[in-house]
Design a protein around this ligand. Structure first.
Ligand code: PGA
Length: 269
């Protein structure tokens, strides 16, 4: 499966910075014409930067997307953006259900499901973010927590060919987050794969499943090497194009010696 690597830029950059970010990634892709066959790069930008980034990416194959999307196509929803509008700005995908949106902006499982269906209706790829809370992790019930998120997210969703799943345990994200142990992550990704295969049949075997949460140039290759890992989502360690490419190249170079797993596996109830 193609390795998917990208960054969530969160509430950073203006159009000029986004243009420059995309230009540098595009130059990297163009310098390695065969890369497109094995690596799919993506960047989740602020809405205000999508058109600028789309104008800059040319035929490089870089996906640009939004960090959120509304579930209706149009109407009186002040401050919201629909999948129709995202398509019109050149977006390739939308992040749906990021942990920060779930925690800070009332992103319920029902809304996540409605957003996924809206993306599917308009042929927009969705990067669905899931991950257990700190409490569930501490209680050893992370696996069941994520299963439930997936179950609810896929209500009425039948577009597995447009889906990517990004597993980001809440306790591993952002400042103060702690990168999850690779052994733990592999167990969680394997469990997500079984869920997807049960839910979508054969199509579930080809949905890319990525890890995210405090990924950086030091640890990225440890996750890339995991049997069940199809790619990475990086936040603050890849907000500058130079850093983005540095983390990417560290994945392509291969893993360091991985210490024995010290965190519990997510196979709990
Ligand atoms: P982080 O963010 O890499 O800064 O932890 C990841 C994310 O929120 O997608």
């Amino acid at each position: 499966m193609i390795f998917h690597f990208g960054s969530n830029l969160k509430m950073n950059q203006g159009p000029e910075e986004a243009r420059s970010f995309v230009r540098k990634i595009r130059a990297w892709l163009e310098a390695m014409p065969d890369r497109g066959a094995s690596v799919q790069l993506w960047a989740a930008l602020s809405y205000t930067n999508l058109a600028a980034a789309d104008g800059e990416r040319g035929g490089s194959g870089l996906w640009i997307g939004a960090q959120n999307v509304h579930w209706e196509d149009a109407g009186a929803f002040t401050g919201e953006i629909s999948p129709v509008q995202l398509n019109a700005c050149g977006a390739t995908f939308a992040l749906v259900g990021h942990a920060e949106r779930r925690a800070l902006f009332d992103e319920t499982d029902e809304r996540v499901a409605a957003k996924l269906r809206a993306c599917a209706r308009h042929g927009l790829r969705a990067i669905l973010c899931v991950g257990e809370s700190r409490d569930a992790y501490g209680a050893g019930t992370g696996g069941a927590f994520v299963d439930r998120q997936l179950e609810l997210a896929f209500a009425g969703y039948e577009a597995p060919h447009l889906l990517i799943v990004l597993y980001e345990p809440v306790w591993s994200i952002g400042d103060g987050g702690r990168a999850a142990d690779p052994g733990y992550v592999d167990g969680a990704l394997a469990r997500i794969r079984s869920f997807l295969t049960r839910r979508f049949g054969d199509a579930g075997t080809t949905i890319p499943i990525l890890y995210g949460g405090s990924v950086d140039a030091e640890n990225a290759a440890d996750y890339t090497a995991l049997m069940h890992c199809n790619g990475l989502g990086v936040g603050r360690a890849a907000w500058r194009a130079e850093d983005f490419l540095n983390v990417l190249q560290s994945c392509l170079r291969g893993p360091r010696q991985v210490a024995a797993a010290s965190q519990p596996t997510p196979a709990g109830p």
